[in-house]
Design a protein around this ligand. Structure first.
Ligand code: ADP
Ligand code: MG
Length: 255
């Protein structure tokens, strides 16, 4: 099989917070079309790593390369415009807007390069953006509720809405920070099914996740962080059988 294209390369990244080593010697590669999980106990550095990848935090040393281009030093919005889309841990939606309007906002800002909430009126006349947004709502199973106010959604549906807001940006790399945190088993399973659908389409994803059922249902490759270092990196089977991982993360129990 031909080697896959590397979409994201985190190259020798270090990050300290006032003497605390949050990330040390981090080197990892995400291949095109794969779902790459990053797991590890609380405080391992997972969110810090994601923030370095989207330009919210600058590494002390090292670099992040996206699609062959060094993105370290670029602004978050520039990295976003290159196709790196993060779905946040806390749903960041516009509570007072309808679902359709929620998805139209990021579609509009991607197209026109500007983020203007007062553009809602201008947006209402944009059938092209409306259609795109509707398509993404259909994709996550929320089209029937397109005119509902976002605040009225259940927690699981807010996550789906946020996913639609990510999809409409046509991500080349989708970063998900604990997409199923706080979800019921039912919502978790439907999120797994959704993410599997995106995987079949060839979407490249990095997923931070605590739920081992989710990780082992979706991941092609797993990187395990503990205390800011990579302690294992490999296929799900390799990681499952790794004694260091079992000790440091899984508490000796088989996942
Ligand atoms: P995880 O997402 O794996 O739980 P984090 O990346 O949030 O871990 O945190 C890694 C370490 O860095 C933790 O010890 C955390 O307390 C610390 N940390 C994270 N963000 C900051 C910050 N902005 N300032 C100081 N310390 C931080
Ligand atoms: Mg975190």
């Amino acid at each position: 099989m031909a080697p896959r294209n590397v979409v994201l390369h985190v190259a020798d990244v270090h990050k300290n917070f006032a003497g605390l080593r949050a990330l040390s010697d981090i080197d990892l590669q995400v291949e095109e079309g794969t779902t790459h999980a990053i797991i590890g106990p609380n405080g391992a550095g997972k969110s810090t790593l994601l923030n370095v990848c989207i330009g919210r935090l600058a590494p002390d040393t090292g670099a992040v390369v996206f699609d062959g281009q060094v993105i370290t030093g670029k602004q978050p919005y520039e990295i976003n415009q290159m196709g790196v889309v993060r779905v946040f841990q806390t749903p960041e939606i516009f509570a007072d807007l309808t679902l359709l309007q929620n998805v139209m906002v990021p579609a509009f800002s991607r197209r026109d390069g500007a983020f203007r909430l007062n553009a809602m009126q201008a947006l209402s006349g944009r059938n092209d953006i409306r259609d795109e947004a509707l398509y993404c709502l259909e994709d996550v199973g929320l089209a029937a509720q397109k005119d509902a106010i976002a605040a009225s959604l259940s927690r699981g549906d807010k996550r789906r809405l946020e996913l639609a807001m990510g999809l409409v940006q046509k991500p080349r790399l989708l970063l998900l920070d604990e997409p199923t945190a706080g979800m019921s088993r039912h919502d978790t399973n439907s999120t797994i099914d959704l993410l599997k659908k995106f995987k079949r389409r060839g979407m490249t994803k990095v997923i931070i996740e605590h739920d081992m059922h989710v990780v082992f249902s979706l991941a092609d490759r797993i990187t395990v962080l503990a205390q800011g270092r990579i302690i294992a990196d490999g296929s799900p089977d390799e990681v499952k059988g790794n004694p260091t991982v079992q000790e440091a993360y899984l508490g000796g129990a088989h996942p």
